[in-house]
Ligand binder design. Sequence first.
Ligand SMILES: [Zn+2]
Length: 298
Amino acid sequence: MKPLVNVSPVDEDRCPVCEIKLDAGSSALMVLSTSRGNQSWGKCPECKSFFVAEQYDLDLEVQHTRTQPWGMVESGSALNDYKSLMFEAILRALRRYATQGSTLLDVGCSYGGFLQRAQREGYHVHGIDIVPEAVEYVRRQGIECDCAKSVEDVNIPESSQGVISVLDCNCYWPSQRKELRALYSRLCPGGLLVMRVVDTSWAVQIGFWLRRWFPMAGQRLCEKAVYDHRVSIPVRTLLRVVEQEGFEIIYTSPRDAMPSRYNSLKVKIAYAIGHFAWRAAGRFVAPGCVFLARKRAS
Ligand SMILES: [Zn+2]
């Protein structure tokens, strides 16, 4: 039996998003103080993503998640209803492209809010999450669920999934390309990847510039914008990487990414402006985006 290794050997010389080889200076740009403590952050000169320049440790990641609302039983299960607007928007988009009654794997399923709704739509659902309590909770709902940090660590046969969803989860991956390749292999030919992603990389960039003249204000903006994530990726960069990994982008919507009908007016306006800018000018200024990508034949 193979020993269980929780610390991923992240290649510190490579960008965790586009995987180009980085100069030594790129991976220690600034130290940010977030809910994870002080962390070194770098920026990729090629794809413009910001990233934590430290090794991924699964045990620390689980411990951290348990301190967040989506990692605790009571608040995590409450988010199942809070995020219903977003879950319903994603299922509505899937109705246009996915085969009815197909298999659906939710990566980073948390307390199963999306899985429960997808199951009611007729999908044969399966979840994965790193928090054992969340996995147990989902199993108690009668839904198959595995505790794992990657699809690679679970017994999901290749070409078996009609849909794989990744909602607010890729910002915690140690390697975007590695996970995307694993998802690609598990999708059936023509299968769909649906992702809900956050993009506040533009705010990190503004904060980074501000630090030159207003160090405190710039620092605070950077720290607020990276939140507790491990990467901050411009949506255009991520879409390009997804395409390079064998997918065709067939649908994008900043509006579908609005998390909740209970969001503040400020947030609703930000998504409305973002949606308009994306549709009218192809400029991405929204705080998040939902996109669907179809697996191309290899
Ligand atoms: Zn990069």
